[in-house]
Every structure is written in structure tokens, then in C-alpha cells.
Design a protein around this ligand. Structure first.
Ligand code: C5P
Length: 407
């Protein structure tokens, strides 16, 4: 079995959220990947999972108490923070994130985090209002500026019955983020450079208005993380999204317009792989008004549009530095396969992932269903449907297919 995390030690801090039950599975997956895992469990965490369960799965004693003479003697909070290659906080509650942001150390978990000189990965999990609250968002912003890595949260049905953002990332996704941080060189894409475009573009009409679209960036960001987890050095060029930079991706370039996206794609590289997952606006207003257009008189303003550069087509043609593998998406509302095949021919890329978008499908969702279109050895087109899966699972499948194609 491949064990990309062998010789790696992970300190897993489990704090008090219902998502703690998923951390048991994370421990098992980390052990399967070859890692040594020690766990710290907060009092709140112990309301959801037991020290015995964590100890049994990790094969190590679990630490719970800052003031226990026995635990401090065995592995004090300083040693706990020193012996790990990475500290993972999963689930990370709003309370623990607040303590981290403000330097509190009133329990073992927060004392270990404050005493840490090691990279830290957080997997936030909480009710969506707690996540969206200005206090939590300010704390997250503080932690991000300190270089703390983050995975999730996802949106969906929460334990409290509400629907929104705040679900802890799935154990597979956390494992992928950990692998990308700790063992990029162990993956089959080590030494490869990859470019990923993600999110929408915003095309300005005037200083306050723009033409945009509903792309959330979830699929593109997941692809960037999945390629990085297999060892690729990923540059992510992203339009405006609410997502944090994915773990393990060293370079994220934020742009607004299609022309800025093209410039960002062309000014670095060359790349071995390019995945264009961004929903780039096909057109932009021909002129951008310098001042806000006023509502004057009866007549609504009219705009003429001009075509944007096609980034996927440009990268597909960019000789001599053409990436070996250029992959595009075809998001369509109707006749998906026919449109995707026509696009495949027009753009000159190597693979196209066709997906249906519209109400409840594609944009903004957490899952996706695609058909991979590529050429057979005899030049004919092969269309392979992939079953519906989470955007992370789909990204992992794509990254694996990319690694196999470049072998
Ligand atoms: O032409 P359409 O926008 O439907 O094509 C979709 C594919 O082309 C996606 O992979 C998208 O990222 C890419 N694209 C691009 N630049 C554009 C338009 C689309 O890279 N201007």
C-alpha cells in the first residue's frame, strides 16, 4: 500500500463540535497513509467522541488536560507542539478559532497551539451564522494573515437542521490538504507545474457595476488542491470567490477580468498541465464608464459588448510553450454533449469535461456530474460519463487521470 505520510507525525486537536465524529475516520485514514497520529481532545470534544475511541484508532494515549501532572509529565504541552510535523485542528470550533486568533491558552489545545512553531491546518465546523459572524470572520482573517492553513468549511445541511456554510470538510479532503502540505514530493505529479483557472470573471460596466456569473470557484479550487496533493506545483488564477486559497497551493493570483486572467496565465509558466475551470465571461462592455452611469430620463442605457480573449483556446495554441495537457470545461444548460464536442474542436484542448449547469446543478453546488471527452488513439472522440460525485472527489479523479496520462 502507498503510504505518502510515512515518517510524518500529526497532532490532531479535536474540539467540541458534532463533526468530531468524522475525526475518528480522519485518524483511521491518516494511519492508513502511514502517519503517526497523537490526539488532543478538548472538554467539548469529549462530549462527542471519547478519549478511548481516539486512543484505540491512533494507537497513542490521548491528551486532554493542561493541569494533569501525569499527562504533563508524559508529554507536556510544549513537547506535544514540538514533536509534530503538522498540527491539525478538526473540527475547529468558533471558540477555538477565537482563542487562536487572540492568543488565549486556557486549555491544553489552545496552549499547544500558542506554543506551536509548526504549521497548523484548521478545519472549521460550526453553525452557518457563527461562521458568518463578523467576529469569526475577523478571527479567520487574522489567522490567514499568520499563514495558518485552512480546509473548508463546506456548505450543506448542518447538524442543527439549518442549511448553510459551516460543515466540516470531509475526512478525504482534510487528508488531501495534509498530504499536499506534508508530502507533495511523494505524489505522481511531483516536479510537474500546473495552472488552474477558477471562479467567475467580473467585467466592469462602470466603477460600481459589472457583468459576472454564478461560478463559486469550488470546482476549480478543488482541482488545484487535488493536483497539489499529488505533488504538482500549482498556480491558481482565480476570479472573485469567497473561498480561501487551497492548502498546498503555493501561488494564488486573484484577478477580476478575463483580460487580467489571461495576463496572469501567460506571465508565469511554462506549465505541464493547464486546467481551465473558470467561468470566464465571453463578452465585456465595449467601454467602461469612468463615472457611475446615472438613472436619468426614461431610457434605459444600452451597452455594446466586445469579445473577451479565450484563455483555454490561447493556452491550447501557445506554441512552443504549450502545456502537454490542456483541459477545459463545457458548462451547458442543454444538448450538453453536442455543445461540448463542438467546443472541443473549436478550442483545440486535449480534454473537455462536459457538465450540465442550471437550477440546482453545477454552479455553487457541492457535487458535480461530468462526462470526460478526449480523443482515442485513432482520432475518434471518446465520451466517458463519470458518476455524480462531490467536487472534491471529482477533482481527485481528474488529478489521478492527469497523472496517468503524463506517466
Ligand atoms: O466557450 P465557453 O465559455 O463555453 O468554454 C468553456 C471553457 O473555456 C472553460 O474551460 C473555460 O474556463 C474556458 N474559457 C476560457 N476563456 C474564455 C471563455 C471560456 O478559458 N474567454
Amino acid at each position: 500500500m502507498k503510504t505518502p505520510l510515512s515518517n510524518k507525525t500529526i497532532l490532531l486537536i479535536v474540539t467540541g463540535g458534532i463533526a468530531a465524529y468524522k475525526s475518528l475516520d480522519l485518524v483511521r485514514k491518516l494511519k492508513d497513509a502511514g502517519a503517526s497520529v497523537s490526539c488532543v481532545l478538548t472538554q467539548g470534544g469529549a462530549q462527542f467522541v471519547t478519549p478511548l475511541a481516539l486512543a484505540t484508532l491512533s494507537g497513542e494515549p490521548v491528551s486532554t488536560d493542561l493541569f494533569s501532572p501525569e499527562q504533563e509529565q508524559r508529554l507536556g504541552h510544549i513537547r506535544l507542539s514540538r514533536q509534530a510535523d503538522l498540527i491539525v485542528v478538526a473540527p475547529a470550533t468558533a471558540n477555538t478559532l477565537a482563542k487562536m486568533a487572540h492568543g488565549l491558552a486556557d486549555n491544553l489545545a489552545s496552549a499547544v497551539l500558542l506554543a506551536s512553531n509548526k504549521p497548523i491546518l484548521i478545519a472549521p465546523a460550526m453553525n452557518s451564522q457563527m461562521w458568518a459572524s463578523p467576529a469569526t470572520q475577523a478571527n479567520i482573517a487574522t489567522l490567514q494573515t499568520r499563514g495558518i492553513h485552512q480546509v473548508g468549511p463546506a456548505s450543506g445541511m448542518l447538524a442543527c437542521g439549518e442549511i448553510g456554510e459551516g460543515r466540516m470538510a470531509e475526512p478525504d479532503e482534510i487528508l488531501q490538504a495534509i498530504t499536499a502540505l506534508l508530502a507533495p514530493a511523494a505524489g505522481p505529479l511531483a516536479g510537474r507545474k500546473a495552472l488552474v483557472t477558477s471562479g467567475p470573471t467580473y467585467e466592469p460596466i462602470d466603477p460600481v457595476r459589472f457583468i459576472g456569473n454564478r461560478s463559486s470557484g469550488k470546482q476549480g479550487h478543488a482541482i488545484a488542491a487535488a493536483l497539489a496533493a499529488l505533488g504538482a506545483e500549482v498556480t491558481l488564477v482565480t476570479g472573485p470567490t469567497a473561498l480561501p486559497a487551497p492548502a498546498g497551493v503555493p501561488q494564488t493570483i486573484a484577478i477580476q477580468t478575463a483580460r487580467e486572467m489571461l495576463d496572469a496565465c501567460l506571465c508565469h509558466g511554462p506549465y505541464d498541465i493547464a486546467v481551465c475551470a473558470a467561468a470566464v465571461a465571453d463578452w465585456r462592455p465595449a467601454t467602461e464608464s469612468e463615472c457611475k452611469i446615472k438613472k436619468e430620463g426614461e431610457a434605459a442605457p444600452t451597452f455594446s459588448l466586445t469579445e473577451n480573449p479565450d484563455i483555454l483556446a490561447t493556452l491550447s495554441q501557445a506554441v512552443p510553450n504549450r502545456p502537454r495537457l490542456v483541459i477545459g470545461f463545457a458548462a451547458e444548460t442543454d444538448n450538453v454533449l453536442d455543445h461540448a464536442k463542438a467546443k472541443f474542436a473549436r478550442k483545440g484542448c486535449d480534454w473537455i469535461l462536459a457538465n450540465k449547469v442550471g437550477a440546482g446543478q453545477g454552479f455553487g453546488q457541492d457535487s458535480n456530474e461530468v462526462t470526460l471527452i478526449r480523443r482515442n488513439a485513432d482520432g475518434s472522440l471518446a465520451a466517458t460519463p463519470w458518476p455524480a460525485a462531490s467536487k472534491q472527489a471529482l477533482a481527485q479523479k481528474l488529478a489521478k487521470a492527469v497523472a496517468e496520462a503524463l506517466e
